[in-house]
Design a protein around this ligand. Structure first.
Ligand code: UCC
Ligand code: FAD
Length: 562
């Protein structure tokens, strides 16, 4: 018995509708905002052709290596077949290829070659931005490598770190080294000053041996690390708190028996995401090391690393948003695009300020702004990345939840961005620290920044300009009153202060970009859409009394109910 039309479901016929697979195209060519930004600020043909060629490589070659890193995750081989301890972290060929690629493409080197003067950081970070979502998280060791190079550069490139510096910043794959950043111990990663138990025992030749336990060490296949420890005096005593911490440089090397010198890998972490790269717990058992900072200046000395890694984190956040929006374009909500644009311009602004500082052309106000905006941008973009990537997955429907589409990994990897390199709370407090240390000058820099100056001539931007102006005034009034309240008032408000600083500044940057002579209508529209949200949450929430001294007690009671 035959029908006229073909039977839709039988054997190999499984219906006619198939949701289309999202296709990754050149992430540079597809990114109108990135291309516009560079055309405006860094109109160099060689930069554009390098990024365009790299974008092709990312789409056609590197992205599949990134996927391979996710599928072929690192493993710890603790013993050899004869029972000898070897502590080998076995990584995939794709992960190793990423290392060579990173050197060849100058992903760290560009920032130190400074071929484009104060814009070199913007160039370097643009390249990392198109690489990041395809990198299989190789951007994590690169961030720490860049941070280590920055610390060495700021301390002085001389023995014992001159060779390391040239390896961290080389373009030669066979010379290239990556660095770790071992700060977190079991007692707590936020409060490093009190959480660090590792001790440094002085040796007769002036070097040290480190003994301690590092609870989280990422990309542990690194060649070297920067870490913190307390120097023991000759009676074995150490100084507690921040004043007892010093910064150390150590190479990760093996002895003649093939065993790690002074390190035991306790285990690899079983993580929600970032599974492409190893994160290990390490016992330091006499790790040979050199002290880089003065005794007791460990935190201040590693702060340069934190600045760089926090900027890399923000790049990864903005890049994850851009990637999910690019893939979900057919389903995309404008809100996601606007968030992505705000994040991109915020992080590029910090890169611009970093480049100015490193080229010796920044004003005092620029330096204050860099200090203020680094934690602001890190905390804000990380949270937005989780929200935007989650929304992006949902736009694919059920397919967004299916592992072998490669989409869920984007969300898992985004979740870490607000935890490592300082959690949201800690960075909110860092914003207050930055303000206090500059005696308020940093806020002066922020409030007096003339980003809106040219905007009044573009009438279609008026609603956005009014909104940002109004929010800026509200924030200024809030801060003037709040600094005279109890310290706990500002502490309770810290997160909302940071959010307000981020939203207002991003609004100003979107407006500034929309005033550019080659701006297109969507640039103006994006600025207006951005300014329609609550730009100054610290003022709108204040009315509920949630920063008052009794609010913390009420919150605690609410949490502990029952
Ligand atoms: O998570 C980690 C690696 C993850 C993998 C890499 C990912 C990279 C991105 C990849 C993208 C795909 S490593 C662990 C990261 N850990 C943290 O971020 C720690 C979070 N906690 C903090 O940030 C705290 O605020 C501390 C530890 C910095 C607070 O320490 P103290 O000692 O209590 O702080 P003090 O006493 O306020 O400051 C000590 C000195 C001061 O300098 P002086 O003495 O000259 O006045 C501060 O001004 O340090 C200076 N300082 C800073 N300077 C403190 N924070 C900063 C800062 N952010 N910038 C400049
Ligand atoms: P805690 O410090 O115990 O914080 C717990 C919670 O309390 C957080 O929500 C925090 O915001 C909050 N909190 C803490 N103090 C305050 C405060 N004063 N006020 C308000 N809230 C507060 N570390 C390294 O050193 N090197 C690495 O390579 C590394 N890699 C990592 C990789 C991964 C995948 C992860 C998840 C972490 C990694 N970390 C690494 C550790 C990371 O930096 C820490 O987890 C982070 O700094 C938080 O520290 P903690 O886990 O001890 O949490």
């Amino acid at each position: 018995w035959e029908t006229e039309s073909p039977v839709p479901f039988s054997r190999a016929r499984i219906g006619t509708f198939f949701q289309q697979m999202p296709v990754l195209r050149n992430p540079f060519s597809e990114d109108v905002l990135l291309r516009g930004y560079l055309k405006r600020h860094l109109p160099s043909k060689s930069v554009v052709s390098d990024l365009c060629a790299f974008g092709e490589r990312v789409a056609n070659e590197v992205d599949s290596w990134g996927r391979e890193c996710e599928l072929n995750q690192p493993q710890l081989k603790q013993f050899d077949p004869w029972g000898q301890r070897v502590d080998h972290i076995v990584t995939s060929p794709a992960w190793k290829r990423m290392k060579d690629l990173s050197a060849e493409e100058g992903l760290v080197a560009i920032g130190y070659e400074r071929s484009f003067g104060e814009w070199s950081r913007v160039y370097q970070m643009s390249k990392l931005y198109i690489f990041s979502p395809s990198s299989g998280l190789y951007t994590c060791p690169l961030a720490m490598t860049d941070g280590a190079a920055k610390v060495i550069q700021s301390i002085g490139v001389s023995w014992p770190v001159d060779d390391a510096y040239s390896r961290l910043t080389t373009r030669q794959p066979d010379q290239f080294w990556t660095s770790g950043q071992w700060m977190t111990e079991r007692q707590g990663g936020s409060d490093v000053a009190n959480g660090t138990e590792t001790v440094a025992v002085p040796q007769v030749n002036g070097s040290y041996k480190l003994y301690g336990f590092k609870w989280f060490t990422s990309a542990t296949d690194a060649n070297m690390t920067l870490t913190l420890a307390r120097v023991q005096d000759r009676y074995g005593a150490t100084t507690p708190g921040s004043k007892g911490l010093s910064l150390f440089y150590a190479e990760v090397s093996r002895d003649e028996r093939g065993q790690l010198r002074g390190i035991e890998v306790q285990r690899l972490k079983e993580k929600l995401g970032t599974r492409q790269m190893p994160t290990a717990e390490l016992v330091l058992d006499g790790l040979p090391a050199h002290r880089l900072s003065e005794e007791g200046r460990g935190v201040a000395s590693i702060a340069n690393m934190l600045t760089i890694t926090r900027i890399h984190n923000s790049i990864a956040a903005a890049a994850a948003m851009r990637r999910v929006v690019q893939l979900a374009r057919d389903y995309t909500l404008a809100r996601m695009e606007v968030e992505t644009r705000g994040a991109f311009l915020l992080v590029m602004e910090v890169c611009r300020l970093l480049g100015r500082e490193e080229s010796g052309v920044s004003s005092e106000l620029d330096s204050y702004l860099l200090r203020l905006l680094t934690p602001v941008v890190k905390l804000y973009t990380a949270k937005q990345a989780v929200a935007v990537v989650s929304e992006g997955l949902e736009s694919f429907g059920g397919q967004g939840y299916i592992e072998d589409t490669g989409l869920p990994g984007l969300l898992r990897d985004a979740q870490v961005l607000s935890i490592w390199e300082g959690t949201t709370n800690i960075l909110s407090l860092d914003v207050l620290r930055g303000i206090a240390r500059s005696s308020g000058m940093v806020l002066h820099a922020y409030f007096s920044h003339a980003l809106l100056a040219g905007a009044s001539s573009v009438s279609s931007l008026r609603p956005a300009v009014n909104a940002v102006d109004g929010a800026l005034l509200d924030l200024q009034n809030f801060v003037e009153v709040a600094v005279n309240r109890s310290p706990s008032y500002l502490e309770l408000a810290a997160r909302d202060v940071a959010y307000s600083l981020a939203r207002i500044y991003a609004g100003a940057l979107l407006i500034d970009h929309a005033c550019w002579k080659e701006a297109i209508p969507s640039d103006i529209y994006a600025a207006i859409r951005w300014s329609e949200q609550d730009l100054c949450p610290v003022v709108s929430k204040q009315v509920t009394g949630c920063y008052e001294p009794n609010a913390a007690a009420l919150d605690a009671a609410l949490m502990c109910d029952g």
